[in-house]
Design a binder for this molecule. Structure first.
Ligand code: PLP
Length: 396
């Protein structure tokens, strides 16, 4: 016998992975240039040169026993200090290294925080649709219930009245992901302030804090001077889960962190519980080489020119063809309304007739929409436009 929840998670098909696998298979049949794969959110710009240089320098300068050895559970002080310095330059919050817990990316950061906040079997964690599908297993396999706030399909901000209807005394936290996967939308300061006011009011009513769990892998991926407010500056009871997977194009290297601000309610207890949750799951000592890289490269920013070019090309072309789409100010996704409202049928037809691979929004809690990851080559986007046009014409 095996654990049935784990078995189900291990065998359940992933629409995204299936589309990706189909694309590889079809490429062998019809040629790579005839497959238009918008399925995966894998960065398509290289890591900054300074990151690669740092890796080479560290290999030559640092004792190899240290490079390949364990670190402290929470990470090396030098890496945590470099991150704290970077946050302080940008957000002036007086962050200390001791408020940071390094992780193998955002996923283990989120899981540790969720586990730390799952106080009783009735504990609830909220997520705002559309949301990253992995939130469900992260929450449900760590002793809490996922409560979904339906999407605001007008602006893809947060429907606060729907949130208020669903919040309860069991709510421990709400996951906020901005810039958002899959919508590409950035939550405005006004939205976040209104959310903060609501959570403060509800926290007082219930007699316990309701934490924002800020899932921030896309914090630096924003276009055209749009502001991405740093949520702890708006709402003190925020726990940040950050990742360098997308900002430094390092998803395979597994490095990120949890930031528990000292000014958050019960911060010492929350930090200790996050550390304990990470320990319980063996998610400690993220790769030492990457910690040493972050100690040298915490201030590096991605060059977004290629993503921005893709975003502009695809958004303009699709809206001109008659598609409607959430305003894509951040991340590297477009969230497009399926022309007749049936995203699964659109995805299937596009796949079979045009080798055009787009992900239906159902798994993101938002049926009727399609996610397009535009972290692809600009040429592929250009080549794919006739397929999008033919698909739209087939619905007219
Ligand atoms: N959160 C969101 C919204 C994501 O899109 C992803 C990855 O795509 C993650 C978390 C996990 O990122 P990481 O690679 O840092 O674990």
């Amino acid at each position: 016998m095996v654990n049935q929840t784990c078995h189900q998670l291990g065998t359940a098909p992933s629409v995204i992975r299936e589309l990706f696998a189909y694309g590889l298979q079809q490429a062998a049949v019809v040629g790579k240039e005839n497959v238009f794969d918008y399925s995966l959110g894998n960065p398509s710009i290289p890591a900054p040169a300074k990151v690669n240089q740092a890796i080479c320098d560290i290999i030559h300068e640092v004792d190899s026993i240290q490079i390949h050895g364990y670190s402290m559970a929470a990470g090396f002080d030098a890496a945590r200090q470099a991150i704290a310095d970077n946050l302080n330059q940008r957000f002036a919050l007086g962050v200390k290294a001791s408020e940071l817990f390094l992780t193998c990316g955002a996923a283990p950061a989120l899981i540790s925080v969720i586990k730390a906040l799952a106080v009783t079997p009735d504990s609830e964690i909220m997520a705002v649709a559309p949301f990253f599908p992995e939130y469900r297993p992260f929450v449900e396999s760590n002793g809490a219930k996922l409560v979904v706030v339906p999407a605001d399909t007008e602006a893809f901000q947060i429907d606060l009245s729907a949130l208020e209807q669903r919040i309860s005394p069991n709510t421990q936290g709400i996951i906020i992901n901005s810039p958002n996967n899959p919508s590409g939308v950035v939550y405005t300061r006004q939205t976040l302030q209104a959310l903060a006011d609501l959570l403060t009011r509800k926290g007082e009513e219930y007699g316990h804090p309701i934490y924002i769990i800020a899932d921030e892998p896309y914090r630096e991926l924003v276009y055209g001077n749009v502001e991405v407010p740093f949520i702890p500056t708006i709402y003190p009871n925020t726990i940040v889960c950050y990742s360098y997977s997308k900002s430094l194009s390092l998803p395979g290297e597994r490095i990120g962190y949890v930031y528990v601000p000292a000014f958050a309610a019960d911060s010492a207890a929350v930090y200790a519980a996050v550390a304990g949750a990470a320990r319980a799951m063996g998610h400690v000592c993220p790769p030492t080489l990457m910690q040493l890289v972050i100690a040298r490269c915490a201030d590096e920013m991605p060059d977004l020119a290629a993503y921005d070019e893709n975003r502009t090309l695809l958004y303009n072309a699709l809206t001109e063809m008659g598609y409607s789409c959430a305003k894509p100010d951040g991340a590297f996704y477009l969230f497009v309304k399926a022309p007749n409202g049936d995203a699964n049928a659109f995805s299937q037809k596009a796949k079979l007739e045009h080798n055009l691979l787009v992900v239906p929004g159902d798994g993101f809690g938002c049926p009727g929409y399609l996610r397009l990851s535009y972290c692809v080559s600009n040429e592929m986007i250009r080549r794919s436009l006739p397929a999008f046009k033919a698909m739209m014409e087939s619905y007219c």
